[in-house]
Design a protein around this ligand. Sequence first.
Ligand code: HDE
Length: 713
Amino acid sequence: MILLTKKESNDFAAEDSKNKDLEAYREDSKGKLLTTNQGVRVSHTDDSLKAGPRGPTLMEDFHFREKLTHFDHERIPERVVHARGSGAHGYFQPYESMAQYTKAKFLQDPSKKTPVFVRFSTVVGSRGSADTVRDVRGFATKFYTEDGVYDLVGNNMPIFFIQDAIKFPDLVHAIKPEPDNEIPQASAAHDTFWDFVANTPELAHMILWVLSDRALPRSYRMMDGFSVNTFKFVNAEGKARFVKLLWKPLLGVHSLVWDETQKIAGKNPDFNREDLWEAIEMGDYPEFELYVQMIEEEDEDKFDFDILDATKFWPEELVPPKKIGKMVLDRNPDNFFAETEQVAFHPGHVVPGIDFSNDPLLQGRLFSYLDTQLIRLGGPNFAEIPINRPLAPVHNNQRDGYHRMAINKGKTSYFPNALRDSDPKPASKEQNGYVHYAEKVEGQKVRQRSEKFKDFYSQASMFYNSMSEPEKEHIIKAFHFEVGKVKNTQTRQRIVDLFSNVDSDLAVKIAEGVGANPPSGPMKRASEKSSPAVSMADTVKDTIKSRRIAILAMNGVHSADLMTVKKELEMQGAHCKVISKSLGSLKSVDGSDVAVDMNFISTASVVFDAVYVPGGKESVEALKTNGEALHFINEAFKHCKPLGATGEGFDLLMASNIPGLENLAKAGAGVVSDRGIVLARQTADLDAFAKQFSQAVAQHRHWNRKEKMQVPA
Ligand code: HDE
């Protein structure tokens, strides 16, 4: 294989340059003949070479041996964490020059697009685990910049479990399946994890995030991304500032509900992966805006938390994020293994203008990511794997090793030398050589942490204070589930005791569900503060773009209802699927055919964002006697999803177990709505209905359904 030569030209960052650069590596067998890996054409691949039709296979069958040997070696070790992931290509473009703050070239010119590859992931589960488990999500971005590769290896929550990387193996061992029986898969709901929590108070804050709705993202396209660790921006004058970087999705931050996630894990374990893939295939390109929070070096000690502590976030109200630019993910990978599996991220992949802080979690990460690639990708040449190759030219004296791709010319592989004039020479600062920020560092060698790190509870309490009532309710329920699965009663009690340091009221509520004693002594809260930005309640709620809407129908459906409403929803960017008892098509009341997209048996309400039932007496009467249709409605109500009905469609809702529909039933003409249930009895009101229904869909979930727990589903 021949490496492409690379242009060191100014037109470097063309949107598809990465694509072109990899052309020599792509293989497409369409219309081609079968060959061995040596290029020899193969005439027969169904039978191994044998001594007679019933005789033993012969050693000389090089095709058989090559095929089987390659197959036997197809697997590489999965990532020790973040094993399950999904990737996408795209580009990043700044809105304005950030030259004042950083000299990173990809943040200077608003007309320039930098290619990116993003890998989203869950943390705990193995490669084949379900997408919708309760977990932190990884959000790692590789920028192929003209200065070299920059990796922003973040998560969808702004803080982390622990403060020092030395505890990472303990954390991961505790949360992974238990070592004797390897149970449970992709879940924190077991004894060893909560035992670790009970013994490690620095986890208290992160536990609240992990038990919040953020751990159940509706889509990778609808979650934030955070650098978590503190980095530095350094400008051309050499001035440095502390920074945290964050992505915000243009569609807003939205989540699933716990009962729903568990059902999806069975119905469609690839739910988030498929959502990302299909969105890109359909042109609903995921979009995220990049922001930076900056703290001047002289303000380092101004806050009541330590800005190097990764278990603390920088409240947006104190350190407002500045918008930098936008990322668009517009291309699916060609090959999962070659790209998504082999991509190697590393927080130490930085470019001039971006530097590190002394955050002890980050410092440890700087060791671990390079180290892990050596075992996972089989040696030191992983940067030569196509997905990892920088677009910037690579010249150095590193040589050999497993799977070396570069064919280095010349006799010298050392520096300095006279035989080749010492090339490649180190770049001066003017030539954009990376110069580490000359931060003054001194101190005694100690295994200690700074005093402010030891405040484990104030921000945890602030986070809880910032939650809306439904968000608080979900956190408490999550405690009841997670801690409820812990068999050791002492551990359950110790969790209640731990959280009594955060908020006694919360601890009382946890205790109620897990058979533990409530905290004794005076009620207390570690903080009275709140930070509204951490709540998801005020996220973007003005679009239904790319939302999935189920339309339930049978023969005799009122096609005018169905088509008018569907058209309006699709015009606003939603995707509608007609669901019926069988695939094929339905005869509508006016005799026209309506195509069915899915049958009840192959789908479920949990994989949709909203449900609409059009009118048509015969259709609705048939749905009323169909248990799957009734279950669909009950479940969507229980998960607080928008429900819409026109004409007789409402009779299906009335036949379901949804309580409190009397007021809607009494309503006359016009469009009426209650708790996210939208209804129009008259055909004349279809347009107004579609508008009001789409507003209900844009709200995502309607939490004010107090009776939801009464509904069997
Ligand atoms: Fe990671 N982490 N991590 N991590 N991490 C890995 O690297 C590690 C941490 C994150 O899609 C591993 O290539 C240590 C914080 C993501 O390929 C490993 C510590 C954050 C991904 C590793 C942390 C992350 C990883 C495993 C200090 C958010 C997946 C495979 C306690 C800012 C990247 C690999 C992908 C992957 C180590 C903590 C994010 C073992 C030692 C904090 C998104 O190197």
